[in-house]
Design a protein around this ligand. Structure first.
Ligand SMILES: Cc1cc2nc3c(=O)[nH]c(=O)nc-3n(C[C@H](O)[C@H](O)[C@H](O)COP(=O)(O)OP(=O)(O)OC[C@H]3O[C@@H](n4cnc5c(N)ncnc54)[C@H](O)[C@@H]3O)c2cc1C
Length: 385
């Protein structure tokens, strides 16, 4: 039964929507959760996500982290290779952190957040939105509907989207040798291949694959038999980095192969009177730096703290006050823009096959490798998107 009035109506069914609803409920706000029913045909998400320290701290406050951590893998080191002599190595030890990131199971993260929602006080589930207004009276409509947001469109907000012409191919893999917590990434021009260390299905020697390839190649990879896919992947690894291929050992598939279209996108406005955008509904980045959800969870963290501060200092303002929401937008725009520029810049740098570009980008990688403070700064941004 729906009983208002509500402070905030959270619209969306993913990790950002649930984290926001849980955070607001913990702060004493009355929340309506407008979620879509999962389609009956929905398949399990085979992705693994790299989550940074700020995202983990939020999930810990929401009491979701202990159960997620039991199945997560810490990244101790990261090795990034260019398509020449370029290489970048990051280690938790030299960054003075206990781990660079945690690799988690995307489906399990959503499942655990969903379970927490069942027990969250002051949260009621309401029907999904039809149009641009909340289905129930609420001061603020928080739109966390992902990149294809109908509510954002109904509000007339433009979503400036540039298709990369690539898809992110994901799968779970077993490796012949242990990963020792080392995440690996190869810029193969035009592909980008990443192996994220994981423990499932094989403790200590499994990986989450994220392979960014042109659309036609993604279709061909998905249409292959498991044996052909494995042969193609193992060959790609040997071609890119024979030494790493030896260390990883033969990779075999441990899940189905799925893919997602990749784009760079940004909403023209992130807030207005009584509404605000968070997560992929506001911004979409290439997964090469594993930052999309980290940015979305940082949006949640920031919005909740802005609302808390406004309630403490200006209690006459309600949650949908435009000036309060503008503070959230100001705090989130720069870090999101910086991450978009970084991932987009790297992608374009490695997309050009002409010899001078190839030499320059690999030299550039080596220069960053030798510049301790710059490396330290880059990791700092990634840990705290
Ligand atoms: C291959 C790949 C690998 C990635 N790896 C990483 C990584 O390592 N680390 C990382 O941080 N990020 C990663 N990302 C990015 C991450 O997946 C997204 O940034 C994240 O899922 C965004 O979460 P969200 O809740 O904003 O949107 P979504 O996950 O898209 O969730 C939005 C949900 O709302 C639902 N919805 C839509 N309209 C409505 C409506 N009107 N009412 C109710 N519900 C609605 C949608 O169906 C959807 O379920 C990766 C992405 C890809 C493609």
């Amino acid at each position: 039964m729906v009983s208002g009035p509500f402070d905030v109506c959270v619209s969306g069914s993913g990790a950002v929507a649930m984290s926001l609803a849980l955070s607001l409920s913990a702060e004493g706000w009355r929340v309506a959760w407008a979620r879509a029913a999962a389609p009956a045909s929905a398949r399990a998400d085979v992705r693994t996500y790299a989550l940074n320290a700020r995202a983990i701290a939020l999930l810990d406050r929401l009491r979701v982290w202990p159960a997620l951590k039991a199945h997560a893998t810490p990244v101790a080191d990261m090795a990034i290779r260019g398509d020449g002599e370029g290489r970048l190595n990051f280690s938790s030890w030299s960054q003075h952190v206990s781990e660079l990131a945690w690799i988690v199971d995307a489906a399990q993260l959503e499942r655990l957040l969903g379970e927490a929602m069942r027990y969250a006080p002051r949260v009621e589930t309401v029907p999904p939105l039809q149009g641009d207004g909340p289905p129930v009276p609420a001061h603020l409509l928080a739109i966390c509907e992902g990149k294809h947001s109908d509510t954002r469109a109904a509000l007339g907000v433009h979503f400036d989207r540039r298709d990369y012409g690539h898809a992110g191919v994901a799968a779970r893999l077993r490796a012949a040798h242990p990963h020792h917590g080392l995440a690996r990434q190869w810029f193969r021009s035009p592909d980008i291949l990443a192996l994220l260390p994981f423990h499932d299905p094989e403790p200590g020697s499994s990986y989450g694959l994220v392979w960014s390839v042109p659309h036609a190649r993604a279709q061909a990879l998905q249409a292959m038999s498991p044996a052909d896919f494995e042969a193609t992947l193992n060959q790609a690894l040997r071609d890119s980095d024979p030494e790493a291929a030896e260390q990883v050992g033969t990779l075999t598939l441990a899940s189905e192969v799925a893919s997602w279209p990749l784009a760079l996108a940004r909403a023209s406005r992130w807030s207005g009177p009584g509404w605000v955008l968070l997560g992929d509904a506001a911004h979409q980045v290439h997964p090469l730096a594993g930052q999309g959800l980290n940015l979305g969870l940082a949006d949640v963290d920031t919005l909740v703290s802005v609302l808390r501060h406004a309630r403490a200092t200006e209690p006459w303002r309600h949650a949908g006050d435009e000036r309060t929401l503008a503070r959230y937008v100001r705090q989130r725009q720069w870090p999101t823009q910086a991450m978009s520029t970084l991932t987009d810049g790297l992608l374009h740098l490695f997309a050009d096959d002409r010899a001078p570009f190839k030499v320059a980008r690999n030299l550039g990688m080596r220069a960053v490798e030798n510049l301790g403070p710059l490396k330290h700064w880059l990791v700092g941004r990634a840990l705290d998107a």
